[in-house]
Design a protein around this ligand. Structure first.
Ligand SMILES: Nc1ncnc2c1ncn2[C@@H]1O[C@H](COP(=O)(O)OP(=O)(O)O)[C@@H](O)[C@H]1O
Ligand SMILES: [Mg+2]
Length: 147
């Protein structure tokens, strides 16, 4: 899929928000500046968040709960994680009981931390936009492609 500009990334996030459920993990993979946070912001805005979501690079985990958003979401940025064990302390798997996870830099956790994650990979294209590819697990098959 082609996302020609930041607005397209935002719109893609909004489409994702329509089908997002607690227990979902959306992995947002790609280099610095690829547009991971932009998609997460599109999701959060469509879930009802007023104002722009901050990038969680420093906080690592930025939680959102109703009534601020329609469903609970943890926006996670693992860029600063050096040891996958640090992530265990974040309690993400427990949080999945009632929240959805949007995870930037998921590969910091090793090979395949969440086999059931919708795994989105962003790369830069030659025209200044981004190309997005998705690994769609069984849990997402009925929801994919997004509409
Ligand atoms: N699909 C896109 N096409 C062009 N520019 C984009 C796209 N998505 C995001 N951007 C822009 O790229 C920059 C970095 O985006 P950001 O979402 O912060 O990246 P990341 O979180 O992957 O580091 C921002 O200026 C953003 O507006
Ligand atoms: Mg980011």
């Amino acid at each position: 899929m082609h996302l020609r500009d930041a607005a397209a990334a935002h719109a893609f996030g909004a489409a994702l928000a329509k089908v997002l459920r607690p227990g979902d993990v959306v992995a947002l993979s790609g280099p610095l500046g690829a547009g991971k946070t932009s998609i997460a912001r599109g999701v959060l805005a469509a879930l009802g968040l007023e104002g722009e979501a901050p990038s969680p690079s420093f906080a690592i985990v930025q939680p959102y709960d109703p009534p601020e958003v329609r469903i609970s979401v943890l926006h996670v940025d693992l860029y600063r994680i050096e040891d996958p064990d640090e992530v265990l302390e974040l309690g993400l798997d427990e949080a999945l009981d009632d929240a959805a996870l949007l995870v930037e830099w998921p590969e910091r956790l090793g090979d395949d931390p969440w086999p059931d994650a919708l795994w989105l990979t962003l790369v830069f294209d030659d025209a200044g936009g981004r190309r997005l590819t998705a690994r769609v697990p069984g849990a997402w098959e009925s929801r994919w492609p997004l509409t």
